[in-house]
Design a protein around this ligand. Structure first.
Ligand code: SF4
Length: 308
């Protein structure tokens, strides 16, 4: 009996997460500590700890940031009042927001300017959803499932538009969008799909492999809803699926009666941690069998460290 490891590709940082990390790294080197960030730079415990040790301070409350400090806007974006307050407080900033998140903010702004109200599919406690709602709090309704949509039936819409969080489950969102379209056939949709390429590609890679494997190991963080989503994809196919921060979280009892393990990570999962998991599995007699690429991702985005 052989014990095989298969590796998903793509799995690592998306180009925008990579850019946000490089901006924080570059700012610490260029300007020294402390550098403030308005939220975890990405949802990954290891990366947050790593930067905290180097002098980054992840602080959501602007009251706690001294005047004149440097702040980086995390990949999850900010909203207009926040930007205005940053200026009022004489903070200097670098914007590391993912432009795919900015696109949804811009769409929200334009829709409301044109007299629309917005149904936004997203996780109510996720920063991206909270901050898009902050664009127009009285005209944006965040929904995550059919019950949430049903709870809006008392509203009398005049013009209605639909937006989604960039990092949701493609399958779940498609079903919910269809449900909303049935209820509100005239609803306006964004010109381009809101769910980002990185989410789509990583979920597709895991889904593709669920037909061949016994067990799925996702290297990610509980705080990342998308790491959880990758695990959910496995669970929906009745595959044993585990979310681990590092190789130290692997419970060896999961190896009983196993032949194939599939390893992947989310777009905010450092490749170093994935490689450590592989080394650990190899030390236990597992053999690296194959890396299966479902799509090529080779984007790189420029940045500059100029303060605004
Ligand atoms: S996961 Fe998607 S939305 Fe998030 S930073 Fe990457 S490309 Fe942007």
């Amino acid at each position: 009996m052989s014990f095989n490891i298969y590796l998903a590709s793509p799995r690592w940082y998306c180009a925008w997460v990579d850019r946000a990390i490089q901006i924080l790294d570059g700012a610490l080197k260029k300007y020294g500590s402390p550098i403030y960030v308005n939220h975890e730079i990405i949802h990954n415990k290891y990366i947050v700890n790593f930067f905290e040790k180097r002098g980054a301070i992840f602080e959501e409350n602007l009251d706690n940031i001294p005047k004149g400090s440097i702040i980086i806007f995390s990949a999850h974006g900010v909203w207009p009042d926040f930007r205005a307050e940053v200026k009022e407080r004489w903070l200097k900033y670098i914007d590391a927001t993912c432009p795919l998140v900015t696109k949804v903010h811009t769409e929200a702004k334009h829709f409301v300017k044109d007299g629309y109200e917005i149904i936004y599919i997203g996780k109510k406690n996720h920063q991206e959803a909270i901050w898009v709602k902050n664009e127009n709090p009285n005209k944006t309704y965040v929904v995550y499932n059919k019950d949430d949509v049903d709870n809006l039936s008392w509203l009398e819409w005049k013009k209605l538009a639909l937006l989604t969080q960039t990092t949701l489950s493609v399958d779940d969102t498609t079903a919910l969008i269809e449900y909303i379209k049935e209820l509100y056939p005239d609803i306006d949709l964004p010109r381009a799909k809101d769910i980002c390429y990185a989410t789509t590609n990583r979920q597709a890679a895991v889904k593709e492999m669920t037909q061949y494997i016994d067990t799925l190991l996702i290297v990610g963080s509980e705080s990342s809803s998308n790491s959880n989503k990758l695990r959910d994809i496995g669970e929906k196919k009745w595959i044993n699926s585990y979310l681990i921060d590092t190789f130290e979280d692997i419970d060896e009892s999961i190896f009983d009666n196993l032949e194939n393990i599939w390893v992947s990570s989310w777009a905010s999962g450092p490749e170093k941690l994935v490689q450590e998991v592989l080394e650990y599995l190899k030390s236990k007699g597992w053999i690296m069998k194959d890396e299966l690429k479902t799509i090529e991702e080779n984007m790189v985005f420029a940045y500059n460290l100029e303060l605004k």
